[in-house]
Design a protein around this ligand. Structure first.
Ligand code: ADP
Ligand code: MG
Length: 262
């Protein structure tokens, strides 16, 4: 095995341990436990309101957990243990940790006043102190990788939704993250633009980057996932291989959900 391959497959292991999260009096995550191996592609499915987005947001500490811990490659996200107790990290450390976690949102969230290329180089330059020349060279490679080499100077409003989402994926990759989280990346797209985005994600899945993907695209989930996890009511109800979860779900709630979406 080459060193490069080895590096890729040993980054991005996630361990979620007994995580609870409430908004006010509403508990939205209950005792969530989850392990994602380095290089694994995990797809999360489940009804609206089941806590999928909240779970993703806790993984980069955009939401604080009420109880439990999350670690990435053995390092606690958002917290440090001192004298046997958990202490929240300083903002600068939290921001540094976030550079290891790429995130792709349903609504692309590109900066409208910046070109595709500028969107991609922003974080490498400002969050990691990479030189502009290096960041631009890397951004051009990433744009080519998502099939948009000719759109470097386009503004988001000049791009289709599918193109904007591909820029957002390139931007998420620009910091060479250990893991990339996708929150319903194709839900806001016109049907004819879904495939081009799913193809880019499939390509990424083959590259050995750890991916966690929330999606309602069941056919895509079957193709791309090493494992599928079904959430309902803030709990992990069932998990297994695509064949197990999609072909032979054991839990009644999984069966009922799948009968509605397939
Ligand atoms: P999903 O992504 O599976 O649709 P979410 O994680 O977005 O679910 O939401 C889970 C629950 O938490 C829902 O009941 C939702 O209304 C609630 N919720 C999500 N974000 C907030 C928030 N910022 N404040 C209050 N309630 C929230
Ligand atoms: Mg959601």
């Amino acid at each position: 095995m080459s060193l490069a391959t080895n590096e890729v497959t040993t980054r991005g292991a996630i361990a979620v341990r007994s995580v609870d999260k409430s908004y006010g009096t509403t508990q939205v995550l209950h005792e969530v436990n989850l392990d994602v191996a380095a290089g694994e592609v995990l797809v999360i499915i489940g009804p609206s309101g089941s806590g999928k987005s909240t779970l993703l947001r806790t993984i980069n500490h955009l939401e604080k957990v009420d109880r439990g811990t999350i670690s990435l490659d053995g390092e606690l996200i958002g917290y440090k243990v001192r004298n046997g107790k958990l202490h929240e990290r300083r903002e600068s450390e939290i921001l540094a940790q976030r550079t290891d976690v790429g995130m792709v949102f349903q609504n692309f969230n590109l900066f409208g006043h910046l070109t595709a290329l500028q969107n991609i180089i922003e974080a490498p330059i400002h969050a990691k102190g990479i030189t502009k020349a290096t960041a631009v060279a890397r951004a051009k490679q990433l744009l080519a990788r998502v099939g948009l080499a000719d759109k470097a100077d386009a503004y988001p409003r000049q791009l289709s939704g599918g193109q904007q989402q591909r820029v957002a994926i390139a931007r998420a990759l620009a910091l060479d993250p250990k893991v990339v989280l996708f929150d319903e990346p194709t839900s806001a797209l016109d049907p004819e633009l879904v495939t081009e985005v799913l193809e880019v994600i499939k390509d990424l899945a083959k590259s050995g980057t750890t991916l966690i993907i929330v999606t309602h695209e069941i056919g895509f989930a079957r193709d791309v996932a090493d494992r599928i996890l079904f959430m309902d009511g803030g709990r992990v109800v069932e998990e297994g291989t695509p064949a197990e979860i999609l072909g032979n779900p054991r839990n009644e709630r999984t069966k009922s959900f799948l009968s509605r979406v397939i």
